[in-house]
Design a binder for this molecule. Structure first.
Ligand code: MN
Length: 262
């Protein structure tokens, strides 16, 4: 089938509902949870509205706001230059456009992470997934389905701070991160939690290994995804287009997934 025909068919299927368009973004507002680093580090201010007018003296016929937002707030994109290991890699404005679109492979660790909130994806989990659903292709997004998206608006459950003062949320082992970046050449990983590493990953060696190894290999990250439970293990197309911030290290965005009904 010609590429022209494929796109025509895709559009017909979107319009008639045979292909669902899934919203993978959490709501973005002043209550949106943002990562909190220890006090010695600079923290993001999150998202703030500054109202300019709302059908009033500032603008009698119009409503509009300015907003202030961290590059890494709410549902957002992590570019390779976010991390010291990827500082020569892509920024959000220099990444190839075709890297904004990839097939999604969704690895379900909901049961393991409900039993152990510190659970980190292993190479064994990836191998088991591939035995069932086929090899993870190059240029695909690997989405870690933990069930954390349902806590997206509930800061207490979302961060799950323990008696040790640390957040306890799932992530990736160092080995699985290296495997996906170097053996599977994925576009990147996506997670429902505040960042692509586990809550306690500051204590890992190296700290935040998923950031370290994915970005070192010029791979990307997607954080705070919603509606991951609506994605099949394979077969969805994920589109993630960060804002074109000059030399940006990341950007809030509204990723979407195209999911066939059958
Ligand atoms: Mn980030």
């Amino acid at each position: 089938m010609s590429a022209k025909k494929i796109l025509e068919n895709l559009m017909v299927n979107i319009v008639n509902g045979q292909v669902d368009v899934i919203d993978l973004a959490q709501p973005l507002n002043e209550e949106t949870p943002v990562i909190h680093l220890p006090e010695q580090f600079s923290n993001t201010g999150g998202f703030k509205y500054i109202q300019l007018s709302k059908y009033n003296e500032g603008g009698p016929a119009w409503y509009w706001n300015d907003f202030v937002a961290g590059e890494h707030c709410g549902t957002h994109f992590d570019a390779p230059n976010h991390w010291v290991s990827g500082k020569e890699g892509d920024a959000v404005d220099t990444m190839p456009m075709k890297n904004m679109i990839g097939e999604a492979r969704v690895i379900d660790i909901t049961e393991k992470s409900s039993q152990n909130p510190d659970y980190c994806l292993t190479i064994g989990d990836i191998v088991a997934f591939e035995e069932k659903y086929g090899r993870i292709p190059e240029h695909s997004w690997v989405i870690l389905y933990t069930g954390w998206g349902k806590y997206g608006q509930d800061k207490e459950k979302f961060f799950n701070i323990g008696s040790d003062g640390m957040p306890h949320t799932p992530g990736f082992t160092k080995e699985a991160s290296i495997f996906l970046a170097q053996e599977r050449n994925v576009l990147g990983v996506g997670v429902e939690t505040v960042g692509t590493d586990a809550g306690i990953a500051a204590t890992f060696d190296p700290p935040f290994p998923n950031h370290y190894y994915m970005h070192e290999s010029n791979r990307y990250g997607l954080a705070q995804l919603a509606n991951v439970d609506k994605l099949p293990p394979r077969g969805a197309i994920l589109i993630a287009t960060p804002l074109k911030i000059t030399n940006g290290s990341g950007s809030p965005l509204r990723p979407i997934a195209l999911v066939p009904k059958s």
